[in-house]
Design a protein around this ligand. Structure first.
Ligand code: SF4
Length: 890
């Protein structure tokens, strides 16, 4: 008797952030995929955050782009590829090679990136190839290039366990890189002497763990670190031997720092913090041997991002705290393969393998690629690239695996540019995004579980992403799509790839040649001769790789004091604090910061498909201080219209002490596809760092006013519903359907009539209730004892009180209780959980309150034991702690 073969767990890598967690995935007979953390992966050691754990829930065919389309009509692959090749060739022939561009993504695999870069820079002969990594990492790239001579991160994750002081700057690590934050917590539990300092204008979830929080005014990081450099020098706390032996530029950097402020007291005043706090930080930094400074978008996404990076690196170089276990500056990347893309030249200002455009590098690459048309100079960076589309200089663009109509600042301008661009190609796995709306040609690419290739995480570790499921329809690998277009453009022999392993070997061999010439750290010579099977089975490798690594290494760069500069000495860069050019005015008196939510990723095209992930924060919420809320006559749960020089948005209000007076905070995730007015990029002005070209995203001057709706509604429906025409709406994925939050200029009675027209009509039982004195209406349509469509309307709907409504479509509650809940607005049974705090175990606010108030939970251990909250990925522990504190106080 034959036995069913047991499906093995397949080792792969998470699709989301730059931590690069190892995953094990197992496809099931019913088409679903089980996901768990990979114990053997050195990045996460078996743990995953809520996003990684929910990856299986996002693998749905609905919404996939499955077939090639030209002008929204299905065509064959050959026809689509030929159309792209011909239009690119015609445009280049008529207007030159700089009239075309590629816009790539940190979601692409290294092999995809390599082929795209090779086609544009090597054979089309232009460097107009840039990536959305420009929006999150390019200031770190530029800072590292200036200081170290190459874009190389010296640190590795084991520094977390080795450090005695960890400094988080401009990074809400608890939400944005949760597994690293959990490593910090575990390391501090093992070593209570290890201190944590958080530097952030906001009180973030990460602050809950901190020994010291420096809530300095936004954007003043250069001032903070310059003053630290001066403090170190004035108190003879620099490492003079290290400075003399291994660095250049100390005197000039110190001179700049010296001119910055008269002393600590004045500096503290300018930073907006107390002198005591500032001195405490400086003492900690100078008196601790092993200091790890982790920084992220709060540093990078600034008009002075590159200088901020160098101000941090300057302090590490001046104290010799670099290249050693526990002591490093550490840029944490946003996307899963931002690093891989940078390595193969995905940014417009670099060539490939960390090479520049000097003659010897160009010659090396031209010979290796056998081309006589290699680009001679850097190309246009992201913001400039879309400006060039708007001005008509770029006439054909190919956008791969990204959604610039949402993610780039000043999105109205980006949309206008795409709208008038003569030829727009989009290759993506998603069929409807704000960007797809402008595509003349849409090419179906493989999604996360279908791809095969490699990604590099923040600690330079290359991991395999492996194919787990078959692709729907005719979706193909990005490298295949690009190669097929290249061949049709006439570059047959240079793009004749059969397998991703072949591309990886070609790239690894190129790093060997580049390393031989430049002696730069990036070197994959140990992987240059891998067989296809060895590539398939490759374990994570941390570069440099001079021999294939069979067990995980934890290497630092520059530990010997030799850097990638021509004289092998690191450069301290003189920097001076510059205020943001986006100045506040009486018309726009508030400063808008933005960032990620705990359970969402980028523009939600993938995480937005998971009901679990969507339950944590259903709407885009604007955080405002009590002072500013009072001034603008706003209270919790109001709706605010936000305006800037570039555009407007509309969001739910949360009054919170986590932002300082004068500051606001909003999430980045919503788009025109799932909201009206929730897209924060509409407000951005596209101001960039002059060195890195990275846009300043976190410092937009705005104004506010309250939106007074005539009626508001919460709708649940098994089918998607048209929502055009409302002043405010947001769509949330819930179990078995969708939930819509609506605010309208219509009266409650008119809205009631409008929404009833959306209800399914066939074989339904329709029940409604109306309290005309309060202008409130509730309605439900059910079929075969299940609710298909329901809504509640009132003039001022308190959505927090109605969070149970989103569970109506699949409530584990008997029908009678369901109707009682619905008609009396009093949730029964499973519906009464409240807003979900723990996404993994689906534990809500009301359950937590009950455990604290009625069941005697006094600490995290008893709260998690009573409710199971926090026992999944652990990302919610900080919020549980907060709720415990607040409920016990009240
Ligand atoms: Fe994925 Fe979370 Fe790990 Fe980031 S921290 S790689 S999102 S599991």
């Amino acid at each position: 008797m034959s036995q069913n073969p047991v499906t093995p767990w397949i080792k792969t890598t998470c699709a989301y952030c730059g931590v690069g967690c190892g995953i094990e995935a197992k496809p099931q007979r019913n088409g679903s995929v089980l996901v768990r953390g990979d114990d053997s992966h050195p990045a996460n050691l078996g743990k995953l955050c809520s996003k990684g754990l929910a990856l299986g829930e996002t693998l749905v065919e609905a919404g996939r782009l499955s077939y090639p389309l030209v002008n929204k009509q299905r065509v064959s692959w050959n026809s689509a590829l030929t159309t792209v090749a011909q239009r690119f060739n015609e445009t280049i022939e008529k207007h030159g090679s700089d009239s075309v561009a590629f816009y790539l993504s940190g979601q692409l695999l290294t092999e995809d990136y390599y082929v795209a870069n090779k086609l544009m820079k090597g054979f089309i002969g232009s460097s107009n190839v840039d990536t959305n990594s420009r929006l999150c990492m390019s200031s770190s790239v530029a800072g590292q290039q200036r200081a170290f001579g190459s874009d190389s991160v010296p640190a590795c994750y084991q520094d977390i366990e080795a450090a005695q002081l960890i400094v988080l700057v401009g990074s809400n690590l608890a939400w944005c890189h949760p597994i690293l934050f959990q490593r910090i917590k575990a390391a501090r539990a093992q070593n209570p002497q290890c201190k944590l300092v958080v530097i952030d204008p906001r009180v973030t979830t990460s602050c809950g763990e901190a020994d010291l929080h420096l809530d300095l005014d936004p954007g003043k990081d250069v001032l903070l670190f310059n003053c630290l450099l001066k403090y170190l020098a004035n108190n003879n706390l620099v490492d003079k031997d290290y400075i003399d032996t291994h660095t250049d530029g100390f005197d000039a950097a110190l001179q700049s720092a010296d001119s910055e402020s008269k002393g600590i007291q004045e500096c503290a005043e300018r930073l907006g913090i107390t002198t005591a706090k500032l001195e405490q930080f400086y003492r900690l930094f100078s008196q601790t041997e092993k200091v790890l400074t982790l920084y992220s978008q709060g540093i990078n996404q600034s008009s002075q991002g590159t200088d901020k990076v160098n101000s941090i690196i300057n302090c590490h170089l001046a104290t010799g705290k670099i290249g050693k276990p526990g002591s490093n500056p550490f840029s944490i990347t946003g996307q899963p393969n931002a690093m891989g893309g940078r390595e193969v030249g995905g940014l417009a200002h670099t060539l490939v393998s960390h090479l520049g455009f000097n003659e010897s590098s160009r010659q090396l690459v031209a010979e290796y690629w056998q081309t006589n048309n290699l680009a001679s100079k850097p190309g246009l960076k992201a913001v400039d690239m879309f400006d060039a589309i708007a001005s008509g200089k770029i006439k054909a663009i190919w956008i791969m695996a990204t959604n610039p109509a949402v993610s780039l600042p000043d999105s109205n301008k980006i949309k206008a540019a795409l709208n008038q661009c003569p030829f727009v190609v989009v290759s993506d796995c998603v069929s409807e995004t704000d960007t797809q709306a402008f595509a003349h040609v849409q090419l179906p690419a493989q999604g996360w579980s279908e791809k095969s290739g490699t990604v590099t995480n923040s600690e330079r570790r290359i991991s395999r992403q492996r194919r787990i499921t078959v692709s729907p329809g005719e979706a193909r690998a990005d490298w295949w799509i690009i190669s097929e277009v290249a061949k049709r453009m006439g570059f047959i022999h240079s793009f004749n790839y059969r397998h991703e392993a072949q591309i990886f070997r070609e790239y690894a061999q190129l790093t060997r040649k580049a390393h031989e010439q430049t002696k730069h750290s990036l070197n994959l010579s140990g992987l240059a001769e891998l067989s296809d099977t060895e590539y398939h089975d490759m374990a994570p490798q941390q570069w440099p790789v001079t021999a294939k690594q069979t067990t995980p290494t934890h290497q630092h760069l520059f530990g010997d004091g030799k850097f990638d500069t021509p004289n092998q000495r690191a450069q301290l860069i003189p920097v001076t604090y510059l205020p943001s050019p986006q100045t506040l005015t009486s018309q726009y008196p508030l400063r808008l910061n933005n960032g990620r939510n705990r359970d969402q990723w980028h523009t939600m095209t993938r995480t937005g498909l998971s009901p679990r992930l969507s339950s944590h924060q259903a709407e885009p919420v604007l955080q405002i201080s009590p002072v500013d809320a009072a001034h603008h006559q706003l209270v919790d749960n109001d709706i605010a219209q936000i305006s800037s020089l570039a555009g407007s948005a509309i969001m739910r209000v949360l009054v919170s002490n986590s932002v300082k007076p004068g500051d606001l905070f909003a999430p980045i995730h919503w788009s025109d596809s799932n909201s009206y007015g929730g897209k924060i990029s509409t407000l951005g002005q596209g101001i960039t760092d002059p060195i890195s070209g990275q846009p300043e995203m976190k410092s937009t001057p705005v104004n506010l006013k309250r939106y007074q709706a005539n009626s508001q509604a919460l709708v649940v429906s098994r089918q998607e519903q048209p929502m055009q025409g409302f002043s405010y709406w947001v769509k949330q994925t819930v179990q078995d359907g969708f939930c819509y939050f609506i605010a309208s200029d219509d009266s409650a009675a008119d809205l009631n009539r409008l929404l009833q027209n959306l209800a399914p009509t066939q074989k339904t039982v329709r029940v409604s209730t109306e309290q005309s004195d309060q202008c409130s209406y509730r309605f439900a349509a059910s079929n075969a004892n299940r609710i298909d469509f329901a809504y509640t309307i009132s003039v001022n709907l308190n959505f927090k009180q109605y969070s149970w409504f989103t569970g109506l479509l699949n409530a584990d509650t008997d029908q009678a209780a369901l109707w009682v809940s619905l008609m009396s607005a009093s949730p029964q049974g499973d519906l009464s959980k409240g807003r979900i705090i723990c996404a993994c175990k689906q534990v809500g606010e009301n359950q937590l309150n009950c455990a604290i108030r009625e069941q005697g939970a006094k600490d995290i251990a008893s709260l998690t034991a009573l409710t199971q909250a926090g026992t999944g990925c652990g990302s919610c522990i900080a919020e549980l702690t907060e709720q415990l504190k607040t409920t016990l106080i009240n």
